[in-house]
Each structure stands twice: as C-alpha cells, then as structure tokens.
Design a protein around this ligand. Sequence first.
Ligand code: SAM
Ligand code: SF4
Ligand code: SF4
Length: 344
Amino acid sequence: MPSDPMTHSASTLIDTRGRPLRDLRVSVTDRCNFRCTYCMPKEVFGKDFQFLEREQLLSFGEIHRLVRIFRDHGVEKVRLTGGEPLVRRKLERLIEMLAYHEDLDLTLTTNGSLLRQKAADLKAAGLKRVTVSLDSLDNDTFTRMNDVDFPVSKVLEGIEEADRVGLRPVKINMVVKRGVNDDSVVEMARFFKGTGHIVRFIEFMDVGSTNGWQMEHVVPSRELVEKIRAEFPIEPVDANYRGEVAERWRYLDGSGEVGFISSVTQAFCKDCTRTRLSAEGQLFTCLFATRGTDLRALLRADASDEEISAAIAKVWSARADRYSEIRTAETAKLRKVEMSYIGG
Ligand code: SAM
Ligand code: SF4
Ligand code: SF4
C-alpha cells in the first residue's frame, strides 16, 4: 500500500559523518542522444558500446517502490536523470506515479533536446522544475561539446517552453572547461540575467574514467566569480538549506542570481546528503564511487519492504564518502563508475 501523501512522517538516517539522507538521484536510462566530450566521449560510447538492455532497467513500478522506501528514510527530493532521462519512453508515467507524494520535491535534469515537445506533458504529470544543461550560447562551441551537431537554438526553445508551462525557475547548468568554453561564461550570465532562470557554472570533474580529466582543464569558480563581477556587480547570498551544492550570488541590481558548483576547488562533502540509484538499480553513495549495492536483486527476489529498507539503512549508516575532500592526481586516475551510468 502506498503511504498517505498527507500524513507521511519519515525517520532520519545518519551516516558515519553525521550526514542525513535527503536527496535521491534516479538514473532512468544510461543512454543519451548527445556525446558530450566530458561525459560520453564518442570514442568510448560508440556504436559497439553495450548499453543496458530493457529488462535490465528498473521498471517504473520498481523505481516507485524504492522511492517510497527512501522517503520513509527521510528523502525529500528526487531528481530524475541519466543518461538523458527524456529518451526513456513514457517518462511522464513515472512522474505521475512519483507525484502522488505531494510533499516530494520532484525535478529532472535534461540536455533540453526533447524539452520543447515534452515540457507540457511533464508539467501535467506533476513535475515541479527542470534543470537544463547548456555549455555555451555559441553554436560552434556547443556543437563541438555535444559532438552530435545539436544546435543551441533548439535547447533555448526547450527552456522557453519549460518556463511557459510553469516548470520554473529553470536552472541552466554549464560545465566549464578551460580552453573549450570558458570564453562563453560572461555571455551566458548576460543572456539569462533578468529572465528569472538561474545559471550555475560547474567545475569540470574527474567523474568516470573516460573523459581525460586533468586539473589544468578546471576553471576554479573563484576565477569565474571575478570574471562575472568585472561585468556585473554581484554579492554572495546565504544557502537555502544544508547540502545545497551551488554557492549563490545575486546581481546587485535585483535582476536575479547565478550559482557556482565547485566540487573540485571547494569540496562540499561535509554537507553531502545525496545518494544515487543507477538505471539498473545499483545504489551509490558517492558520485565517485567504484562500487554500488544491488537493490534490483532484492526487488526481483521478492524481498519485503522491510528487507529493502534495512539494506538501504545498512549502506547509508556505513557511509564515509568524501572523495572531493581527498582528491589527488592519483585518485583522479582510479577506475570510477561513469556519470552517464550512475546518474549525474
Ligand atoms: N543528460 C542530462 C543532462 O546533460 O543534463 C542529465 C545527465 S548529465 C550526466 C547531468 C549533469 O552532469 C549535466 O549538467 C552535465 O553537464 C553534468 N556533467 C557531466 N559530466 C560532467 C563532468 N565531467 N564534470 C562536471 N559536470 C558534468
Ligand atoms: Fe548526455 Fe548529459 Fe552526458 Fe551530455 S552530459 S552526454 S547530455 S548524459
Ligand atoms: Fe558527495 Fe561524494 Fe561529491 Fe563528496 S565527492 S560531495 S561525498 S558525491
């Protein structure tokens, strides 16, 4: 029986560093129609790459059941991701099922390519907001980065439509890579200033082991703050809640805000309240994990809710992750799970 959305009360799970479990990222597919060079480089994710088969993916029913159990452990926020979540067929059905829990903050991260067509259905199904990834407004730079020749204009149409149907405020994620798109930063801030959308600049991370990450490619957020501040006066704003990963800054003229996600130069592990569920039901307690816990095996062996709940509690209670705090050139070379698999 689903728990009553109005009378729900959750217990709080705490890990070994005193961090509660609050956010769940659910990857609904490991596939994507882009080949962003920093995430799914073509040379690795080519036509021979073995993606998950349909029956390996968690069904919507299985995802819903797990979300319900996670919610009883204190999860307040669920973000659907991937791969590209909008390539999973009938995703609105899953959103409808999850939206039953009215107090759940239900959001989605997308590359925006299918958003213009799907925004209205997503909103009607009960999605609250979207985050759209867009790495440059310059078409040449953007197509070089997505590596499938996808134009900026179509992503902008998706953002507009999301705004129109009320999936607001739209957050725009821009991964900044030195020498690739760092010259697009000020233009990105200027374009979205005053629109109500919030641009977040993300430091290029050493996720997975295929994107050729090197420290020289990272543009520290400090540098970006100064670059933007030289054009538009901005000042820092307090975080909305514990575990908010973006450092917020607002324009002094009241025309909105921007965020900086500095997982490389200013690690935020001490407040990390996130866990991730891969498309095939592996649970990961860190973006940089090398190993997960198989929840699908439990689901498909007819485990009870109590047994699955106990398995989740065991994993979170033992959690000690703080990869970004201890990152070195050596750890960056470790074989980690790919972001498109684990859910970005
Ligand atoms: N396909 C969707 C998208 O691109 O928005 C959702 C999945 S994607 C893996 C989630 C987020 O991770 C995107 O905003 C993407 O830019 C970001 N990302 C991927 N690889 C990254 C990396 N190496 N460093 C920093 N961010 C990265
Ligand atoms: Fe696809 Fe998103 Fe990765 Fe780009 S960042 S390849 S859009 S999953
Ligand atoms: Fe959380 Fe791991 Fe990232 Fe640290 S490195 S903030 S523990 S996901």
